[in-house]
Design a binder for this molecule. Sequence first.
Ligand code: ATP
Ligand code: MG
Length: 416
Amino acid sequence: MDYRIVVHYAELALKGNNRGVFVKKLKQNVKRKIVAMGLGWEVISIHDRMFVKVPQSENGKAQDVANEVARLPGIAWLSLVRWFDEKEYNFLKDRQKHDLTSIHELLEELAKSNYQAGQSFALRVKRSDKNFTKTSQQLAREFASTILEKTAWENVDLKNADQFFYVNISSRGISVHTNKIKATGGLPVSSTGRVLTLLSGGFDSPVAAWLMANRGCNVDFVHFSASHHNTKNIENYKISRIVQKISEVTGRARLFIVPYTHFDMALLEYGLDYDLILFRRFMARVAEKIMSNVYAQALVTGDNLGQVASQTMENINSMNKAIDTPILRPLLTYNKEQIIDVSKSLGLYEVCCEPYKDCCALISKNPRTKSDASALAKMESRYLQNYDELMTDTLAEMTEVIYNFGQFEEINCHNE
Ligand code: ATP
Ligand code: MG
């Protein structure tokens, strides 16, 4: 008996002629994720699903890998099945008297290991090979009897069982699995485009980045920081750990860390109430330069309408007008609780909770909630006359860190 992880596509059935491309991307992502876990398991796609073959010597890792694969965008659900190949077991050899002893034995074992007092179970049998003389209902009854007779399970509930056991019978073999593992749905990363996310040290922007990845985007990141980063301190740095965590499901992710100090210094002496929105326009412009190098098609922020002073409709418009590239804000309409729920479900909450003092020294006591792009442009030409130089100096001190499915890949410090 072999283990297999069977992956069922989300939404891909709807994709018409592009379906092949989406399946190919998903297959690549599943394969790369498994390789990043140090394993070389084979991934095979067939018309409506994909399966991962688990080598017998590595059966013990199958559940962990299945749980990890379930976090990848583009999957509706998956199951960890035990596969009995017809060539090995010859279930169909004697057409009248199919010997299903091995299936009964496995169900008994699974029922025992999944037993929970007071809970109910159900058996689902699907028989695509009609050479089996018994019907699905007959087989389901026989398998259920084994569980009732040989284990402590007592309650059967065909509709709302706590525990399901599935047996699928085909001419190629028989598969058995327990409860389905629900995945995140969406589209496979790398199937819809590339975005650059403005990443801060808070809860919102990592969730925004993940939402874009779950709609099929490759995601890179830019963070504005005051500290200097090198190979030694990068692994412990909160921002890189956030990117590392997100990359566990999004694959290759680049983090560009740039200093905000040049801009900060240039504006500090004036004490403007508009400093925050001026800074956001600066971030957008620097990000746009990076985007042209990495071929990103849109900028993403964690903005949320009305959450703080910088996120009013007026200030959002003023930021949009700073660059030609579209700025996407997937969290614009979310409530804080919804954002926190997603953050927790992604395992990002803990790291995002850690204190982080390194962002936005530029906070005036009275940040303006209303602004106007042409007035801001005038301020920029009056107070920031060397704007291009500020951008060049900022980009010259950029550090680039690359993660791949949660693994650190490399760091390039442009100022070392
Ligand atoms: P978050 O919860 O993501 O930290 P926030 O609630 O602190 O956001 P703001 O500080 O107004 O709100 O930031 C709004 C958005 O601007 C962030 O979601 C992020 O996309 C971007 N941003 C803010 N600070 C930085 C920074 N230091 N570097 C890069 N992007 C930033
Ligand atoms: Mg926020």
